[in-house]
Structure formats: structure tokens, C-alpha cells
Design a protein around this ligand. Structure first.
Ligand code: PLP
Length: 383
């Protein structure tokens, strides 16, 4: 039986079109900073990729900085703008449900003497823009709110936060890593000053990301070195990876309405089947707008990791939602922020669908889950 991959929010494999774009460049691209014809050819590839990414965001190519991951894009946004902007004040506002790429960067700032406000979320996993605005202080130098959460899929009110931040002249960073491919990324409509993307969630290669930097936004580089990427990210560019990223993003954007509709329908089918199989399970964030591909299921009275291992043995790849939660009995920081009842908090499993997920796969996964949970409940798992 072929395995069923329902962990697309962790990563997608590279699309065939992306591999086709990258292969010749892996075999034979040169340094885009070189003056000679070989270097100029690599520069042309890089320029075209930058234009393609900028076009999806409605940005200028000059506003795109390629990085080595989504994590690096978040770090550059937070630490880079803090370093460039400290004269304004040393206070960061963010949310309790950001990815660790943001929360750990915030913790670095705290170690350096900054104050950080982590605004909580509703039981459905959405931050209140009014609560974000209420956390602003005269010395707030940056606000960081994700476009959609990677564990729950819940969509955050970024445009409202952007309006509040703009009214106070505070720059806004948006982690759009998980939303990309499913939500519009038009930076004029969304209103961020900084926005992070990662290629591998979109069917691009792992180890490539980008940061949108609105013209005029103060930002200091994190790495000392050459003048690449407008002086904001030193290091010879990953030409093949960046070209693959641009291809993946452009394809995802073109296919977005059709993919989003198809995946949403499959998720609904999956959730209906899962709730029939495990009627006391709860779908987190089901009352609010969610990304179409994520289903975070809280199963009462079962330990998450035992369910994940049993699913894995049955050929289903699902996840705890974040790498750091795996292997620990504690809920992730995102699940903890929802303040679920004690019976649910340790039983949250994330299923995430993707571009090639089929109805047969979701049916088979749901059919496996019922007996797995039933078995857990009749086995003494206490140690
Ligand atoms: N931000 C969010 C919301 C994510 O889901 C991820 C990936 O897990 C990242 C940032 C980090 O991206 P990368 O894996 O490219 O470092």
C-alpha cells in the first residue's frame, strides 16, 4: 500500500516543473556577481526570478531579498529591523502563536534588553487586532503578526493590524510562509513593510526563502560579507534554488484559486469522515477562516505522539504541528495559547493536504484514524 502524505504544511516535495527549472542551473550556473558573460547569465536568471517573485507580491524587484530559508527571512526582518530601528525604541509586539522563527528571534531581542509583548489569541486561534494595537507603546519599534498559523491554519487579521501600525508609524512584519499558495500576497492590500516567504512549502526547494522589504524600511543585514541582495544578505546567491522558488511561487499563484477550492473540498470530506470515526474530536479553528489545507484535530484522552506513531505504522504521515512539539508530552506553544480543556490539550494532531492529495488518500487516512484512536483508548499508555 502506498503511503499517504498528509504533512504538506511541514514541507512539499519539489514540483516536477521546479526540478526541470533547477537541474540545468545546478549543473552549470555561475556567480551572478562575476562581470564576465558566465556571471551575467547567472545574473539574468536571478533578475528574472526576482521579477517573478515581486510580481506575485505586487512589489518592485528591488524590494525582494532572497534568503536561505523562511526562518532566515523572519530573523532578518526581526533582528535586522530591530538593529536598524533601535533609536525608535526597544519594544516588539507579536503574537503568542507565531512560528518559532519569529518567537526565538524575539527572545534574542529580549536577551538584548528589549521588551516583547506576545498578544494572546481567541480559543479559535485568532489574534484581535484591537489587542495588538492596545499593546503598542510610544517606544514600539516593530510589530510582527503572521498571515496564517502553521499549526491551526487560522488566518490572522493582518490588514487591520497593518492599518493600526501605519497610524502609529510602526513597521509591520508578516510571516506569510504558510499562507503562500493559498492566500493573496498583494503587499499593497495587506500593508506589511516586511513579509517572509519560504520556497519549500510551495513545491520549491528547501533552503530558499525571501523577504519583501518595502522601499524605505530601515533594515540592517545579519551577516557580514559581500554586497549581495542589495547589501542585506551577504553570500553568493543560490541561483538554482532561487530560480526554482520563483517558478514554484508563480505556478502556485496561477493555480491558487483552483488548488484552494479543490483542497478545501477534500479537507471538508476528510473532516466529515474523521468526525464520524471519532465523534468527540474537535477541529481547532473551525469557527473562523482557515487555510484550506490544514486540519488540526484535538482528540480527547489520547496522547498525540502515540497516535502519530500508530498512523505512521499504518502508512499515514501526519504531524504534531511543529517540530519542537514532537517527542514532548507538552502541547506546542500554539495549542497552549488556545487554553483547551485538559482532555484535549495533549491530543492535537495536524493533518495537512496539498496539491496532489486525492479523495482516496483522505478517505483511507480517515478510515485508519478511527481504529487507531479506539485502540489507544483501550490500551494503558501510562508509563
Ligand atoms: N514560518 C512559518 C509560519 C512556517 O510554517 C515555517 C516552516 O515551518 C517557517 C516560518 C520556517 O520556514 P523554513 O522551514 O523555510 O525555515
Amino acid at each position: 500500500m502506498t503511503r499517504i502524505y498528509l504533512d504538506w504544511a511541514a514541507t512539499a516535495t519539489a514540483r516536477p516543473e521546479v526540478v526541470e527549472t533547477m537541474l540545468p542551473l545546478l549543473a552549470g550556473s555561475y556567480n551572478p556577481s562575476s562581470m564576465h558573460a558566465d556571471g551575467r547569465a547567472a545574473r539574468a536568471v536571478l533578475d528574472a526570478a526576482r521579477e517573478e517573485v515581486a510580481a506575485v507580491l505586487g512589489a518592485a524587484p528591488r524590494e525582494i531579498v532572497f534568503t536561505g530559508s523562511g526562518t532566515e527571512a523572519d530573523a532578518l526582518a526581526i533582528l535586522g529591523s530591530a538593529r536598524a530601528n533601535a533609536a525608535r525604541g526597544r519594544h516588539l509586539v507579536t503574537t503568542a502563536i507565531e512560528h518559532l522563527a519569529v518567537l526565538r528571534a524575539a527572545a534574542v531581542l529580549e536577551d538584548e534588553g528589549w521588551a516583547v509583548s506576545r498578544v494572546g489569541v481567541s480559543a479559535d486561534g485568532v489574534v484581535d487586532p484591537g489587542a495588538v494595537a492596545a499593546a503598542f507603546r510610544p517606544e514600539t519599534a516593530l510589530v510582527s503578526v503572521m498571515l496564517a498559523n502553521n499549526e491551526l491554519g487560522t488566518i490572522q487579521p493582518v490588514a487591520a493590524v497593518a492599518a493600526a501600525a501605519r497610524a502609529r508609524g510602526i513597521p509591520l512584519h508578516v510571516d506569510a510562509v504558510q499562507a503562500a499558495g493559498y492566500l493573496p500576497l498583494d503587499v499593497e492590500r495587506l500593508g506589511p513593510d516586511l513579509l517572509a516567504l519560504s520556497a519549500h512549502k510551495l513545491g520549491g526547494p528547501k533552503g530558499v526563502g525571501a523577504l519583501y522589504v518595502r522601499r524605505g524600511t530601515p533594515l540592517a543585514p545579519l551577516l557580514a560579507g559581500g554586497p549581495q541582495e542589495h547589501g542585506l544578505r551577504a553570500g553568493t546567491e543560490n541561483v538554482a534554488g532561487i530560480a526554482g522558488f520563483a517558478r514554484a511561487l508563480a505556478l502556485a499563484e496561477r493555480e491558487r484559486p483552483a488548488t484552494a477550492a479543490r483542497v478545501a473540498e477534500l479537507r471538508e470530506r476528510f473532516e466529515r469522515a474523521v468526525l464520524r470515526a471519532v465523534p468527540d474530536a474537535v477541529i481547532l479553528g473551525h469557527n473562523v477562516s482557515r487555510l484550506p489545507h490544514i486540519c488540526a484535530l484535538a482528540i480527547p484522552d489520547v496522547p498525540r505522539d502515540a497516535v502519530l506513531i500508530a498512523l505512521d505504522l499504518e502508512g499515514v504521515s501526519a504531524s504534531a504541528g511543529s517540530a519542537c512539539a514532537a517527542g514532548s508530552l507538552e502541547p506546542s506553544h500554539v495549542v497552549a495559547a488556545l487554553r483547551l480543556g485538559a482532555r484535549f490539550v495533549r491530543g492535537v494532531v495536524r493533518f495537512s493536504l496539498g496539491r496532489t492529495t486525492t479523495a482516496d488518500e483522505v478517505d483511507r487516512a480517515a478510515a485508519v484514524l478511527g481504529p487507531v484512536v479506539a485502540r489507544m483508548r483501550t490500551t494503558d499508555l501510562t508509563v
